[in-house]
Design a protein around this ligand. Structure first.
Ligand code: HEM
Length: 460
């Protein structure tokens, strides 16, 4: 009797890039979804591509030139700054260069490995509580993993920031940040004269109204902590309040701290949630890799809840997170930069005013740096196989002075979440091919990601 091998359904976003470029109309339509999937294969083979005044840089040395070696020549694109400023004031994502430099210096300590180590027990407690919650769901229950991960990472950022005051902020932040993604939804109308600026003003007014309740709560907490800093909990907010510029001894004002808190909320929860969502999506379609992850969790944890002390041993767990972010980078493109003056990148002349684009999606699937780029293979991040890989071939957190300040925070958090949840449950998806991706500032599955929850015992 002959057996018919049934091919498992392919996950979306794992097809090789198309040979031919999409037509202009095709590309416009795709910009509503995931435009990176329509880019022609040649972009994934070439170091630098010019299209008019746009320069696509996908060579590790070219990226280093833009983000590190000649970074002063490549400030961030203005349009995105205006949006960020309306939402986050002048936090790290949007502050003008002098302010950004001062803030980054003052805030560095609150994100260094020692500080992240102090937040790790909070992360583990929240991740373990979520694992318990899922373990109590009936076998076969449907969960929206994208929504759940957003809720969990919001809880984590609020608890690391505000300790016991977090619960009040969780509700307020969820409401306020809900609109920010819609505000970022550009249309052709946004670039028209008169109508474009009017739309921008309307969005800014809506943002201001949505943020007012959260702002009020944050200012109250800042004031209360300032009144008795000695007795304040040793959390992220206290660290920001206590931080001083090493050069002049000055700290941040209440307004500056408010702007940074909101910036950290926004930059620091959805991105990690996206990484987790795609990790579960990938694991659902790759049983061998899921089995290897479970074997590590069983060997290291043996059924108990993970803690920060387990992190050095959760090697494959971390590699799953890294590989998920390679294939589905939560920030699929680094904010575009505009050349302030002439330069040269990989032999290509750059003129003042050229727009420089670096896409993590493209870098992470570039033919020159990755074997089988569309294959989910967490082992490619083992120490041996990572050796010799150029620094900027993998850059989910960006690079240079504007590198994500929360990179270490995010990796600690993501590894603990994956360990806690994957130990307790398996998430299954019957029609993974039906998922649609949408790339804006972050990459996300359209309409969430509904998966079926199955209980898991150690060793199963
Ligand atoms: C998997 C999770 C995350 C990813 C993939 C990610 C990615 C990035 C990227 C690519 C940038 C640079 C953007 C650019 O140069 O245009 C960035 C900046 C930033 N991220 Fe993250 N991020 C993550 C998590 C976090 C977390 C957890 C926090 C805070 C707790 C955070 C806070 C920030 C801030 C404040 C900036 C601006 C830094 C600056 O300009 O100095 N991020 N992030």
């Amino acid at each position: 009797m002959s057996t018919i091998a049934i091919e498992p359904p392919r996950l979306v976003g794992l097809a090789p890039p198309p040979e031919k470029p999409a037509s202009f109309l095709g590309q416009f339509a795709a910009s509503k979804g995931n435009v990176f999937e329509t880019l022609p294969r040649s972009i994934f083979e070439t170091p630098v591509v010019r299209r008019g005044r746009m320069l696509f840089v996908h060579d590790p040395e070219g990226v280093r030139r833009v983000l590190v070696d000649n970074v002063a020549n490549y400030p961030k694109e203005k349009l995105s700054d205006e949006f960020f400023t309306a939402m986050f004031g002048e936090g790290l994502l949007s502050a003008a260069p002098a302010k950004w430099k001062r803030h980054r210096k003052i805030m560095a300590g609150a994100f260094d490995p020692r500080s992240v180590g102090a937040y790790a027990p909070v992360m583990a407690a929240e991740a373990n509580a979520w694992a318990q919650r899922w373990a109590q769901q009936p076998d076969g229950a449907e969960v929206d993993v994208a929504e759940a991960m957003k809720a969990l990472t919001l809880r984590i950022i609020c608890h690391t920031m505000f300790s016991d005051d977090a619960e009040e902020l969780i509700g307020l932040a969820g409401t306020a940040l809900g609109f920010t993604n819609d505000a970022l939804d550009f249309s052709l109308l946004d670039i028209l004269p008169v109508i474009g600026p009017m739309r921008m003003e309307a969005k800014k007014a809506r943002i201001k109204a949505d943020f007012s309740a959260m702002d009020g709560a944050i200012y109250r907490m800042i004031e209360a902590r300032r009144a008795n800093l000695e007795a304040a909990p040793n959390d992220l907010l206290t660290r920001l309040l206590a931080a001083r510029d090493p050069d002049d001894g000055q700290g941040l004002s209440a307004q500056e701290i408010r702007d940074e808190v909101i910036t950290i909320f926004e930059a620091g929860h959805e991105t990690t949630a996206v990484a987790m969502t795609f990790a579960f999506y990938l694991l659902s379609g790759h049983p061998a890799q899921a089995a290897k992850l479970h074997a590590e969790l069983d060997a290291v944890l043996g059924g108990r809840a993970p803690t920060a002390e387990d992190l050095p041993k959760l090697v494959y767990t971390r590699q799953v997170v890294e590989e998920a972010m390679r294939l589905y980078p939560p920030a699929p493109a680094v904010t575009s930069r505009v050349a302030a003056g002439p330069d040269e990148i990989c032999g290509q002349a750059v003129k003042k005013g050229d727009h420089v684009f670096i896409s993590t999606w493209v870098m992470h699937r570039h033919r020159a740096y990755w074997d089988d780029p569309e294959t989910f293979d967490p082992d490619r991040f083992s120490a041996e196989r990572s050796e010799g890989r150029p620094r900027f071939a993998y850059m989910p957190f960006g690079g240079g002075p504007r590198i994500c300040i929360g990179a270490n925070f995010a990796m600690t958090e993501a590894t603990l979440i994956l360990a806690a949840l994957a130990q307790k449950v398996r998430l299954r998806m019957d029609r993974p091919q039906d998922v649609k991706l949408r790339a804006r500032i972050t990459l996300a599955p359209v309409g969430g990601l509904k998966m079926t929850l199955e209980h898991r015992e150690a060793g199963a």
